[in-house]
Design a binder for this molecule. Structure first.
Ligand SMILES: Cc1cc2nc3c(=O)[nH]c(=O)nc-3n(C[C@H](O)[C@H](O)[C@H](O)COP(=O)(O)O)c2cc1C
Length: 431
């Protein structure tokens, strides 16, 4: 989808500029060539040398540089790319863009370009809400500029609200949309919560709590067309995300490739490989609740072939595997400041289900495990029902077979009860 595309990345002077190297890396992984332009203020947050080294391209910062202008003039540069992305976009650069100012290299490129422009704003929540900023945004939207984010969350300045730059993977998804791939719906707007059709609404007892739920399989690339995967459908993880949201939690669903719609009322981040899922989860910390329902591949191919592997007539290739990061263990054992108060893992076993789950509880450092039997004949993978055991440090509860949405609703109810008990100690005991 993005292979061979050229992006002009304009970096302005916000604290979120520290995420730009990650964004460049993720674009480069997808075969995109990135050329950066920076404002003077941006150089205070990330060095031109870092961006040049990561992009493999010269960084444009000085409008009046004789050498730069001789090599590629600013007009040519502004049109050379397929897309212009401004990330992070400060309140200041949005104001300058809205006014049509061209008082440095970055804004001159933005005024001279004839290519689509995508903007990822990042600023303090009050700067975002300021009528002047909102006016500028409306103007830019009317001018055809696309926006991704900002996200809501805790800011570097300690305040809370909208203003955090969209995460690099979300910006990548928004870039893909510019080239024709439908944008995952969460990115422009969190889906409204579904109407309850006359049914009494659930108690909003998780209001104010933040949760991450992982779901689905991961795809571990072998070469550009082949991958290692598993049979997880994502039905259980998606149902849990929806059930937590229905009780008022602010939920991020990090999902591998599945053929399910994004659940309503949930921010959904789409990833492919285990390493992407790992980063997406950590980028969303801190949260109160973490539910690891994804069937994350334990191994990936150590070295992904850059081109499709061909039959050569000799012996078949040997795939050397490398271990993937262990997301559940990493989240469970992360520093106390970021560790969620409640970490729930899943154990998919084909034999000695409860015994394996109890062992996993200890080895991963999580608080609860939902263990399910995925042996042949149970149809747990891909099916609509599940028979699980809730394993905590002190107890094992056997739940009867029920639909995956009922499992999700029951888990959400248990989680809400544990939080309403207030004490983290009780969370850990599962009481
Ligand atoms: C530590 C620090 C962090 C800042 N972070 C932001 C930010 O996230 N968003 C923003 O709009 N301005 C931020 N600013 C203010 C901008 O750097 C300032 O408005 C600057 O003039 C922006 O210039 P530019 O838009 O040309 O890059 C920050 C300033 C400082 C000192």
């Amino acid at each position: 989808m993005l292979k061979g595309k050229r992006i002009l990345l304009v970096v302005s002077g916000g604290i979120a500029a520290f995420k730009v190297p990650d964004l460049i890396r993720r674009l480069a992984e997808r075969g995109v060539s990135v050329r950066c332009a920076m404002t003077k203020a941006a150089e205070q947050f990330v060095t031109p040398l870092t961006l040049a080294a990561l992009s493999g391209e010269k960084v444009s910062a000085d409008l009046f540089s004789l050498t730069d202008e001789a090599e590629m003039g600013h007009i040519e540069l502004s049109r050379d790319a397929d897309l212009v992305v401004v990330a992070p976009a400060t309140a200041n650069i949005l104001a300058r863009m809205a006014q049509g100012l061209a008082d440095d290299m970055a804004t001159t490129l933005l005024l001279a370009t004839d290519k689509p422009v995508l903007v990822a704003p990042a600023m303090n929540v009050r700067m975002w809400h300021h009528p002047a900023t909102q006016r500028n945004i409306e103007q830019l939207k009317a001018d055809g500029v696309a926006f991704i984010g900002p996200n809501e969350g805790e800011m570097a300045c300690g305040e809370y609200g909208p203003g955090r730059m969209a995460e690099p993977l979300e910006i990548v998804a928004a870039i893909e949309m510019q080239f024709g791939k439908p944008l995952p719906r969460h990115l422009t707007l969190v889906q409204p919560r579904p109407a309850n059709n006359g049914v009494a609404p659930l108690k909003q007892d998780l209001k104010g709590k933040r949760a991450i739920v992982t779901s689905g399989p991961t795809h571990e690339p072998i070469d550009p067309v082949r991958y290692i995967a598993n049979r997880s459908s994502g039905k259980q993880g998606h149902a849990i995300a929806a059930a937590l949201a229905a009780r008022g939690a602010d939920v991020t669903l990090v999902t591998g490739p599945v053929s399910l719609p994004d659940p309503a009322g949930v921010k959904t981040v789409h990833v492919e490989a285990a390493r992407d899922m790992f980063s997406a989860c950590f980028l969303d910390l801190p949260v109160d609740i973490f539910v690891a329902a994804a069937a994350v591949a334990d191994w990936r191919v150590a070295v992904e072939a850059p081109q499709k592997m061909k039959k050569s007539g000799d012996l078949p290739p040997v795939l050397k595997l490398a271990e993937n990061p262990d997301i559940l263990r990493a989240i469970s054992t992360t520093d106390a400041k970021r560790r969620p108060a409640l970490v729930v893992g899943f154990a998919a076993e084909t034999e000695n289900v409860v015994a394996h789950a109890q062992k996993k509880l200890g080895s991963k450092g999580c608080d609860w495990i939902l263990a399910n039997d995925v042996s042949e004949g149970t149809q747990t993978f891909g099916g609509d029902s599940n028979a699980v055991h809730l394993v905590t440090a002190n107890a094992v509860e056997d739940w009867p077979r029920m639909s995956k949405s009922e499992v999700a609703a029951r888990l959400a109810e248990r989680i809400a009860a544990a939080f309403n008990d207030q004490s983290k100690k009780n969370l850990k005991k599962g009481s």
